[in-house]
Design a protein around this ligand. Sequence first.
Ligand SMILES: *Cc1c(COP(=O)(O)O)cnc(C)c1O
Length: 406
Amino acid sequence: MSLEITDRQIMTPGPTMVDPRVSQAASNAILGQFDPAFTQIMNENMDFIRKAFQTKNYWSFPIDGASRAGLEAVINSIVSPGDKVLVPRMGRFGDLAVELATRAGGKVITMDTDWGTVFNQEDIIKKINEVKPKVLAIVHGETSTGRLQPIDKIGAAAKTVGAFTIVDAVASFMGVSIPVDDWELDAVIGGAQKSLSAPAGITPITFNERFADEIKLRKRVEAGVATSESDISENYINSNYLDLTQLMDYWSPARLNHHTESTILNYTLHEALSLAVENEGIFERFNRQIKQQQILKEGLKKLGLKIFGDEDHEMPNMVAVEIPEGVAGDKIRAILLNDYGVEIASSFGPMAGRIWRVGLMGYVAQKHYVLRFLSIFASVLAQNGVKVNTALALNWVTEAYHELEN
Ligand SMILES: *Cc1c(COP(=O)(O)O)cnc(C)c1O
């Protein structure tokens, strides 16, 4: 039986809807992984990734795998058994950094803040100076709570104690400006299936020479492709597929064989990056998303709902909204999905059952999607006994769009 995919309006903080041009890119023919026609696309992807991260880092390339593969590649390649890793944690993805650093053998030191809040950078810097970790791993856009952690000062501070700063920017990538070089971040992981609006399965990352020099000390080239000059470190990286040093050989003119690169996912990445970086422009994309987010947020407030968390530090590409007392959040989500084809997200851990998360990432951050969502959401809430000011909200939003367009 052939595939039949249901039409959906996806408004979650990942995965996200993709531009039809990105889907079309996936239908092109396969190329060999060393075909110059393909290595040209690889090089262009590297260049797009540099522009997206506003960096001069040569090492800017995608990892084959979902974003957590990018996180795991970076963490596994730098963290040796016994290395101190500092993780400021403000939600579920801080826990993921802890998990990955622990599995890599790191000695993890955490600092916590309530879910829904962010850290004061000075507190992180104080902790860096106290702990003197080898690695600081921090989440930039914490999608479980919808918070955006300021990180412009911590990279330089970490460097003064010799630490390397790793940033999970999976959900903030293409959602907000991340000037990697200006902020002196050593390694940053972006995401395909969030604000870039590309299919999951490939993950753009970037890291600097300082980081590269450090991980090269752990290089172990596998026997099948090694020469007499190849490095074989004893403190080698405990993964083959996600070994950044071997991936560097593949993503450099050496083109040393490693895994079979996904040509199809490189096509989708290329199209999505070219739409963001060249057609639209990254700052225009940030601007489009935050404008849609502001309108949706205000619309939800006018309906009578409460926005969750510290509004001074919210991600500009999603809205976290409180589930009103006595309302079964998952039941509302199920109706939205099954009857209207609209998907929003719940959350995790202490946030489960407390908030709905609505994504405005990439392609879906458009007026007609926002208006459709708000109208449908208001009607589903009303049908389920929630008092909402539908007319007030829709009138306000319509007026806001009118102003935006004139
Ligand atoms: C979505 C997300 C991830 C994980 O991405 P996967 O592609 O599902 O592995 C990691 N960190 C943050 C902040 C995210 O929002």
